[in-house]
Design a protein around this ligand. Structure first.
Ligand SMILES: *[C@@H]1O[C@H](CO)[C@@H](O)[C@H](O)[C@H]1NC(C)=O
Ligand SMILES: *[C@@H]1O[C@H](CO)[C@@H](O)[C@H](O)[C@H]1NC(C)=O
Ligand SMILES: *[C@@H]1O[C@H](CO)[C@@H](O)[C@H](O)[C@H]1NC(C)=O
Length: 235
């Protein structure tokens, strides 16, 4: 277990105090960095011997130690999660139903540039979607969540999207938990890979990647079924 933030702060006070009095006129600073994944504290204490009046040095040191005490309490909640649980890897597949036109469309175009119609890559088009997440590729398959997000046609040379997506589970063992994915979707690729940048609930501090493929395309009804293959580290 790493020392608690308060204890750590007090240790700093205790060994900084004699230093302050023995080196009157020096400004003392300490830097603590916490590795966010391993919750390890790295200490470095530097003494900068430039002459400042005693009172100023003391005030500066007090101010610094106070701000250090305050800021050092911030990582505690995260550290507790990291030290009390073991990180594990989960892999699973879900299917996403995306309908861009016609009745019950799940996507809406919200903006486009004045040049988008002339662009071969639809550059400047922005779309918002609210898709259904199911276990299998059929619409009648068990619904386990929703996939909501935004995409922008962001390339002038290829059909490529900048996507920001939240996946929220509403059933099954991940009910109530969510994942956030942000990345580039190069449409011509058979398998699109995007980074998982975080999560909520059971997926707090989640990371790794998702691979997105097209399972089926129905141009007539504007309906596509996508598979999302998640590989996700979480606690
Ligand atoms: C649209 O949604 C309604 C309500 O869920 C449903 O009854 C209807 O069949 C749907 N229409 C199409 C074309 O999917
Ligand atoms: C672009 O094309 C769409 C559909 O054809 C049309 O509704 C829209 O008005 C056009 N926009 C511009 C800026 O020309
Ligand atoms: C998912 O969790 C919510 C909130 O706890 C609950 O109301 C709902 O019944 C759960 N759904 C399923 C399918 O378990």
């Amino acid at each position: 277990m790493p020392p608690s933030a308060v204890t750590t702060g007090r240790v700093a006070m205790d060994f900084a105090r004699p230093l302050c009095s023995s080196m009157a006129g020096s400004f003392i600073s300490a830097v603590v960095m916490l590795d966010k994944r391993k919750s390890m504290g790295v200490w470095s204490l530097s003494v900068i011997p430039f002459p400042v009046p005693d009172a100023v040095a003391l005030t500066l040191t007090k101010l610094f130690l106070f701000s250090f005490l305050v800021s050092s309490t911030v990582p505690t909640a995260k550290s507790e999660l990291l030290t009390s649980k073991r990180e594990k890897l989960s892999r699973f597949r879900v299917c996403v139903h995306d309908k861009i036109s016609g009745t019950n469309a799940t996507a809406a175009t919200v903006a486009q540039a004045s040049t988008t119609n002339q662009s071969a890559t639809s550059f400047g088009l922005v779309r918002v979607f609210d898709d259904v997440l199911t276990v299998g590729p059929e619409m009648s398959s068990k619904k386990v969540g929703v996939v909501q997000g935004m995409l922008a046609f962001a390339s002038q040379r290829e059909v490529a999207l900048l996507m920001s997506v939240t996946i929220m589970f509403t059933a099954g063992k991940y009910n109530g938990s969510g994942l956030t994915v942000v990345g580039k979707n190069l449409v011509s690729l058979k398998v699109k890979e995007m980074p998982i940048v975080g999560g909520t609930g059971l997926f707090r501090l989640a990371w790794d990647y998702v691979q997105i493929s097209t399972y089926s395309l129905d141009f007539k009804n504007g309906l596509s079924v996508l598979t999302y293959d998640f590989s996700v580290y979480h606690y």
